[in-house]
Design a protein around this ligand. Structure first.
Ligand code: 3EB
Length: 333
Protein backbone atom coordinates (compact mmCIF):
# COMPACT_ATOMS: atom_id res chain seq x y z
CA UNK A 1 0.00 0.00 0.00
CA UNK A 2 1.36 3.42 -0.92
CA UNK A 3 2.88 5.36 1.96
CA UNK A 4 1.74 8.51 0.21
CA UNK A 5 -1.94 8.08 0.99
CA UNK A 6 -3.14 10.42 3.73
CA UNK A 7 -5.58 7.86 5.05
CA UNK A 8 -4.59 4.22 4.91
CA UNK A 9 -7.82 2.32 5.39
CA UNK A 10 -7.80 -1.46 5.29
CA UNK A 11 -9.60 -4.57 6.45
CA UNK A 12 -7.42 -6.70 8.69
CA UNK A 13 -7.63 -9.96 10.52
CA UNK A 14 -6.94 -9.94 14.24
CA UNK A 15 -8.75 -8.42 17.18
CA UNK A 16 -9.55 -4.76 17.76
CA UNK A 17 -7.58 -4.93 21.01
CA UNK A 18 -4.41 -6.12 19.27
CA UNK A 19 -4.64 -3.33 16.66
CA UNK A 20 -5.15 -0.71 19.36
CA UNK A 21 -2.11 -1.89 21.28
CA UNK A 22 0.16 -2.48 18.31
CA UNK A 23 0.95 0.51 16.11
CA UNK A 24 1.31 4.22 16.93
CA UNK A 25 -0.17 5.38 13.62
CA UNK A 26 -3.64 3.89 14.22
CA UNK A 27 -6.36 6.55 13.99
CA UNK A 28 -9.31 4.18 14.36
CA UNK A 29 -10.26 0.53 14.64
CA UNK A 30 -13.81 -0.45 13.67
CA UNK A 31 -15.15 -3.69 15.12
CA UNK A 32 -18.33 -5.08 13.58
CA UNK A 33 -21.24 -6.78 15.33
CA UNK A 34 -20.78 -4.96 18.60
CA UNK A 35 -22.78 -2.18 20.26
CA UNK A 36 -21.24 1.30 19.85
CA UNK A 37 -21.84 1.71 23.59
CA UNK A 38 -18.98 -0.79 24.20
CA UNK A 39 -16.15 1.49 23.00
CA UNK A 40 -13.08 0.91 25.17
CA UNK A 41 -10.78 3.64 23.80
CA UNK A 42 -11.40 6.83 21.76
CA UNK A 43 -9.88 5.07 18.73
CA UNK A 44 -12.11 2.01 19.17
CA UNK A 45 -15.38 2.21 17.23
CA UNK A 46 -17.67 -0.79 17.69
CA UNK A 47 -20.28 -0.88 14.91
CA UNK A 48 -23.53 -2.74 15.52
CA UNK A 49 -23.84 -4.12 11.97
CA UNK A 50 -22.73 -7.72 11.75
CA UNK A 51 -20.28 -8.91 9.16
CA UNK A 52 -21.72 -11.52 6.77
CA UNK A 53 -19.44 -14.28 5.52
CA UNK A 54 -15.84 -14.64 6.57
CA UNK A 55 -13.08 -14.29 7.45
CA UNK A 56 -13.91 -11.90 10.31
CA UNK A 57 -12.27 -8.53 9.78
CA UNK A 58 -11.72 -5.28 11.60
CA UNK A 59 -11.34 -2.02 9.69
CA UNK A 60 -8.20 -0.06 10.51
CA UNK A 61 -7.50 3.57 9.64
CA UNK A 62 -3.89 4.74 9.83
CA UNK A 63 -2.42 8.17 9.18
CA UNK A 64 0.52 10.41 10.00
CA UNK A 65 0.93 10.79 13.75
CA UNK A 66 1.42 11.61 16.49
CA UNK A 67 -2.14 10.61 17.36
CA UNK A 68 -3.88 12.46 20.13
CA UNK A 69 -7.10 11.15 21.68
CA UNK A 70 -9.76 12.63 23.91
CA UNK A 71 -13.42 13.29 24.45
CA UNK A 72 -15.73 16.27 24.04
CA UNK A 73 -19.16 16.05 25.59
CA UNK A 74 -20.40 12.62 24.42
CA UNK A 75 -18.04 12.54 21.44
CA UNK A 76 -14.76 10.63 21.40
CA UNK A 77 -12.04 11.61 18.98
CA UNK A 78 -8.67 10.59 17.66
CA UNK A 79 -6.61 13.29 15.97
CA UNK A 80 -3.64 12.76 13.70
CA UNK A 81 -1.49 15.44 12.12
CA UNK A 82 -3.95 16.10 9.31
CA UNK A 83 -7.03 14.00 9.94
CA UNK A 84 -9.49 13.51 12.79
CA UNK A 85 -11.87 10.62 13.41
CA UNK A 86 -14.71 11.27 15.86
CA UNK A 87 -17.63 9.16 17.00
CA UNK A 88 -20.77 9.52 19.05
CA UNK A 89 -23.09 6.83 20.39
CA UNK A 90 -26.34 8.01 21.97
CA UNK A 91 -28.37 5.57 24.05
CA UNK A 92 -31.88 5.85 22.60
CA UNK A 93 -33.38 4.45 25.82
CA UNK A 94 -32.48 7.79 27.41
CA UNK A 95 -33.93 9.92 24.66
CA UNK A 96 -37.46 10.93 23.87
CA UNK A 97 -37.31 10.24 20.14
CA UNK A 98 -35.12 9.73 17.08
CA UNK A 99 -35.44 13.30 15.83
CA UNK A 100 -34.20 14.62 19.16
CA UNK A 101 -31.35 12.07 19.36
CA UNK A 102 -30.24 12.91 15.84
CA UNK A 103 -30.39 16.64 16.51
CA UNK A 104 -28.32 16.16 19.66
CA UNK A 105 -25.72 13.97 17.91
CA UNK A 106 -25.26 16.54 15.14
CA UNK A 107 -25.18 19.43 17.56
CA UNK A 108 -22.38 17.77 19.52
CA UNK A 109 -20.55 16.91 16.30
CA UNK A 110 -20.84 20.46 15.02
CA UNK A 111 -19.79 22.06 18.30
CA UNK A 112 -16.78 19.77 18.44
CA UNK A 113 -15.74 20.54 14.85
CA UNK A 114 -16.03 24.30 15.37
CA UNK A 115 -13.14 24.24 17.84
CA UNK A 116 -11.10 21.51 16.13
CA UNK A 117 -8.07 22.18 13.89
CA UNK A 118 -9.82 19.79 11.48
CA UNK A 119 -13.13 21.61 11.06
CA UNK A 120 -14.41 20.06 7.88
CA UNK A 121 -16.20 16.73 7.90
CA UNK A 122 -15.36 14.83 4.71
CA UNK A 123 -17.62 11.90 5.35
CA UNK A 124 -20.13 10.99 8.06
CA UNK A 125 -21.43 7.45 8.70
CA UNK A 126 -24.80 7.09 10.46
CA UNK A 127 -26.07 3.79 11.88
CA UNK A 128 -29.69 4.01 12.94
CA UNK A 129 -31.54 1.29 14.90
CA UNK A 130 -34.80 0.18 13.27
CA UNK A 131 -34.36 2.70 10.42
CA UNK A 132 -37.54 1.66 8.55
CA UNK A 133 -39.84 1.50 11.59
CA UNK A 134 -42.78 3.90 11.58
CA UNK A 135 -45.23 4.87 8.85
CA UNK A 136 -44.88 7.74 6.39
CA UNK A 137 -43.13 10.77 7.84
CA UNK A 138 -42.88 8.99 11.20
CA UNK A 139 -40.38 6.55 9.71
CA UNK A 140 -37.23 6.64 11.85
CA UNK A 141 -35.02 7.50 8.86
CA UNK A 142 -37.16 10.54 8.08
CA UNK A 143 -37.10 11.54 11.74
CA UNK A 144 -33.33 11.16 11.70
CA UNK A 145 -33.15 13.48 8.66
CA UNK A 146 -35.31 16.03 10.47
CA UNK A 147 -33.06 16.02 13.52
CA UNK A 148 -29.95 16.38 11.36
CA UNK A 149 -31.49 19.34 9.53
CA UNK A 150 -32.56 20.90 12.87
CA UNK A 151 -28.95 20.88 14.06
CA UNK A 152 -26.74 21.67 11.12
CA UNK A 153 -26.07 25.27 10.22
CA UNK A 154 -26.25 24.56 6.52
CA UNK A 155 -28.43 25.97 3.79
CA UNK A 156 -27.85 23.73 0.79
CA UNK A 157 -29.09 26.62 -1.38
CA UNK A 158 -25.82 28.41 -0.59
CA UNK A 159 -23.91 25.42 -2.05
CA UNK A 160 -21.64 25.01 0.96
CA UNK A 161 -19.25 22.04 0.92
CA UNK A 162 -21.27 19.05 2.12
CA UNK A 163 -19.76 15.88 3.55
CA UNK A 164 -20.32 12.54 1.91
CA UNK A 165 -22.43 10.20 4.05
CA UNK A 166 -23.79 6.75 4.65
CA UNK A 167 -27.02 6.08 6.58
CA UNK A 168 -27.81 2.45 7.33
CA UNK A 169 -30.12 0.68 9.75
CA UNK A 170 -28.93 -1.53 12.57
CA UNK A 171 -31.21 -4.01 14.38
CA UNK A 172 -34.21 -2.42 16.08
CA UNK A 173 -33.00 -3.83 19.43
CA UNK A 174 -29.66 -2.02 19.22
CA UNK A 175 -29.80 0.72 21.87
CA UNK A 176 -27.42 3.20 20.26
CA UNK A 177 -27.70 5.73 17.47
CA UNK A 178 -24.16 5.97 16.11
CA UNK A 179 -22.55 8.76 14.12
CA UNK A 180 -18.86 8.76 13.18
CA UNK A 181 -16.83 10.92 10.81
CA UNK A 182 -13.53 11.71 9.16
CA UNK A 183 -12.56 15.40 9.18
CA UNK A 184 -9.70 17.55 7.87
CA UNK A 185 -8.51 21.16 7.95
CA UNK A 186 -9.93 21.90 4.50
CA UNK A 187 -13.20 20.80 2.92
CA UNK A 188 -13.18 18.01 0.38
CA UNK A 189 -14.08 18.54 -3.26
CA UNK A 190 -17.79 17.74 -3.56
CA UNK A 191 -18.83 15.44 -6.37
CA UNK A 192 -22.45 14.90 -7.38
CA UNK A 193 -23.62 12.05 -9.57
CA UNK A 194 -25.09 13.03 -12.96
CA UNK A 195 -27.25 9.87 -12.88
CA UNK A 196 -28.87 10.88 -9.61
CA UNK A 197 -30.78 13.88 -8.30
CA UNK A 198 -28.69 15.48 -5.55
CA UNK A 199 -30.03 14.19 -2.24
CA UNK A 200 -30.70 17.67 -0.85
CA UNK A 201 -33.03 18.23 -3.82
CA UNK A 202 -35.12 15.10 -3.35
CA UNK A 203 -38.84 15.81 -3.79
CA UNK A 204 -41.19 15.91 -0.80
CA UNK A 205 -42.37 12.30 -1.21
CA UNK A 206 -39.16 11.05 0.47
CA UNK A 207 -39.68 13.02 3.64
CA UNK A 208 -40.20 16.47 5.15
CA UNK A 209 -36.46 17.28 5.20
CA UNK A 210 -34.08 16.16 2.52
CA UNK A 211 -30.91 14.38 3.55
CA UNK A 212 -27.85 16.64 3.64
CA UNK A 213 -24.91 14.97 1.96
CA UNK A 214 -22.86 14.99 -1.21
CA UNK A 215 -22.58 11.82 -3.32
CA UNK A 216 -18.85 11.81 -2.70
CA UNK A 217 -15.95 13.99 -1.63
CA UNK A 218 -12.33 13.97 -2.74
CA UNK A 219 -9.75 14.41 0.01
CA UNK A 220 -6.67 16.18 -1.34
CA UNK A 221 -3.65 16.23 0.92
CA UNK A 222 0.11 16.20 0.33
CA UNK A 223 -0.24 15.30 -3.31
CA UNK A 224 -2.44 12.28 -2.68
CA UNK A 225 -6.14 12.16 -3.48
CA UNK A 226 -8.78 9.82 -2.14
CA UNK A 227 -12.44 9.52 -3.01
CA UNK A 228 -14.86 9.03 -0.13
CA UNK A 229 -17.95 7.52 -1.70
CA UNK A 230 -21.35 8.00 -0.05
CA UNK A 231 -23.72 5.11 0.45
CA UNK A 232 -24.82 4.37 -3.11
CA UNK A 233 -27.98 2.45 -3.88
CA UNK A 234 -30.12 1.52 -6.85
CA UNK A 235 -31.51 5.02 -7.28
CA UNK A 236 -31.65 6.68 -10.69
CA UNK A 237 -32.88 10.25 -10.76
CA UNK A 238 -34.61 10.14 -7.40
CA UNK A 239 -36.43 6.84 -7.90
CA UNK A 240 -35.61 3.38 -6.61
CA UNK A 241 -35.05 0.87 -9.41
CA UNK A 242 -35.26 -2.96 -9.58
CA UNK A 243 -37.59 -3.52 -6.67
CA UNK A 244 -37.19 -7.04 -5.20
CA UNK A 245 -34.22 -7.79 -7.51
CA UNK A 246 -31.15 -7.69 -5.37
CA UNK A 247 -28.57 -8.57 -8.06
CA UNK A 248 -29.91 -5.88 -10.38
CA UNK A 249 -29.91 -3.41 -7.49
CA UNK A 250 -26.24 -4.14 -6.87
CA UNK A 251 -25.39 -3.71 -10.56
CA UNK A 252 -27.26 -0.39 -10.64
CA UNK A 253 -25.41 0.74 -7.50
CA UNK A 254 -22.10 -0.11 -9.19
CA UNK A 255 -23.12 1.86 -12.28
CA UNK A 256 -23.78 4.78 -9.95
CA UNK A 257 -20.36 4.39 -8.35
CA UNK A 258 -18.65 4.32 -11.76
CA UNK A 259 -20.61 7.36 -12.89
CA UNK A 260 -19.58 9.23 -9.73
CA UNK A 261 -15.90 8.33 -10.24
CA UNK A 262 -16.14 9.49 -13.86
CA UNK A 263 -17.59 12.81 -12.66
CA UNK A 264 -14.65 13.10 -10.26
CA UNK A 265 -12.31 12.70 -13.21
CA UNK A 266 -14.18 15.42 -15.07
CA UNK A 267 -13.85 17.77 -12.08
CA UNK A 268 -10.20 17.14 -11.24
CA UNK A 269 -9.27 17.14 -14.92
CA UNK A 270 -6.42 14.69 -14.48
CA UNK A 271 -7.11 12.08 -11.85
CA UNK A 272 -8.63 8.65 -12.31
CA UNK A 273 -10.14 6.70 -9.45
CA UNK A 274 -9.57 2.99 -9.69
CA UNK A 275 -11.16 0.17 -7.74
CA UNK A 276 -7.79 -1.30 -6.75
CA UNK A 277 -5.99 -2.77 -3.73
CA UNK A 278 -5.55 0.66 -2.10
CA UNK A 279 -9.29 1.10 -1.74
CA UNK A 280 -12.09 -0.65 0.06
CA UNK A 281 -15.77 -1.39 -0.50
CA UNK A 282 -18.49 -2.06 2.00
CA UNK A 283 -21.63 -3.80 0.84
CA UNK A 284 -24.70 -3.44 3.04
CA UNK A 285 -27.27 -6.23 2.72
CA UNK A 286 -30.78 -6.18 4.16
CA UNK A 287 -31.44 -9.93 3.97
CA UNK A 288 -28.49 -12.19 4.84
CA UNK A 289 -29.84 -14.89 2.49
CA UNK A 290 -28.88 -12.57 -0.42
CA UNK A 291 -25.19 -12.78 0.47
CA UNK A 292 -24.13 -15.40 -2.07
CA UNK A 293 -25.96 -13.77 -4.98
CA UNK A 294 -24.52 -10.38 -4.07
CA UNK A 295 -21.04 -11.80 -3.68
CA UNK A 296 -21.21 -13.46 -7.10
CA UNK A 297 -22.55 -10.31 -8.74
CA UNK A 298 -19.85 -8.13 -7.20
CA UNK A 299 -17.11 -10.63 -8.12
CA UNK A 300 -18.33 -10.54 -11.73
CA UNK A 301 -18.66 -6.75 -11.95
CA UNK A 302 -15.90 -5.23 -9.81
CA UNK A 303 -12.13 -5.84 -9.92
CA UNK A 304 -11.01 -8.70 -7.66
CA UNK A 305 -8.19 -6.55 -6.18
CA UNK A 306 -10.39 -4.19 -4.22
CA UNK A 307 -10.94 -5.42 -0.65
CA UNK A 308 -14.57 -5.71 0.36
CA UNK A 309 -16.71 -6.79 3.27
CA UNK A 310 -20.41 -7.50 3.60
CA UNK A 311 -22.43 -6.12 6.49
CA UNK A 312 -26.00 -6.85 7.50
CA UNK A 313 -27.86 -3.56 7.44
CA UNK A 314 -31.17 -2.06 6.41
CA UNK A 315 -31.27 0.49 3.61
CA UNK A 316 -33.03 3.80 4.25
CA UNK A 317 -35.78 3.11 1.72
CA UNK A 318 -37.85 0.03 2.42
CA UNK A 319 -37.83 -0.98 -1.27
CA UNK A 320 -34.02 -1.17 -1.42
CA UNK A 321 -32.15 -4.35 -0.53
CA UNK A 322 -28.49 -3.37 -0.85
CA UNK A 323 -26.14 -0.40 -0.92
CA UNK A 324 -22.37 0.12 -1.39
CA UNK A 325 -19.92 2.66 -0.08
CA UNK A 326 -16.17 2.87 -0.11
CA UNK A 327 -12.88 4.69 -0.29
CA UNK A 328 -10.73 4.66 -3.42
CA UNK A 329 -7.51 6.42 -4.32
CA UNK A 330 -7.03 8.61 -7.39
CA UNK A 331 -4.02 8.53 -9.67
CA UNK A 332 -2.85 11.30 -11.97
CA UNK A 333 -3.02 10.22 -15.56
C1 3EB B 1 -29.82 7.65 -1.17
O1 3EB B 1 -29.07 7.73 -2.12
C2 3EB B 1 -29.68 6.42 -0.32
O2 3EB B 1 -29.16 10.25 4.78
O3 3EB B 1 -27.02 10.48 5.05
C3 3EB B 1 -27.27 7.33 1.19
C4 3EB B 1 -26.22 8.04 1.79
C5 3EB B 1 -28.55 7.49 1.69
C6 3EB B 1 -26.47 8.90 2.87
C7 3EB B 1 -27.99 9.99 4.47
C8 3EB B 1 -28.78 8.35 2.76
C9 3EB B 1 -27.75 9.06 3.35
O4 3EB B 1 -30.68 8.50 -0.91
C10 3EB B 1 -29.69 6.73 1.12
Amino acid sequence: MSELLSLRASYEEGTAGAWLEGADDVLAVFEFGRSPLDSTDPRHVPVALEQLGGPAMVEVWRCAGPIKTGSWDRLRFSQGEELTMGHIALDLRESSDMREASRLAYEILQTYLQQSPHQWPLKIWNYIPGINQGQGDEELYRQFCLGRADAVLIDPGDSPPLPAATAIGSRAEEPALQVYFLAAALPGLDVENPRQVSAWRYPRQYGPKSPLFSRGTILRLNGSQQFLISGTASIVGHQSHHENQVANQLSESLRNVHSLLEEGYRLTGDSHARLDAEGMLKVYIRDPSDLELIRRTLDAEAPAEIPRIYLKGDICRENLLTEIDGIVSLQRS
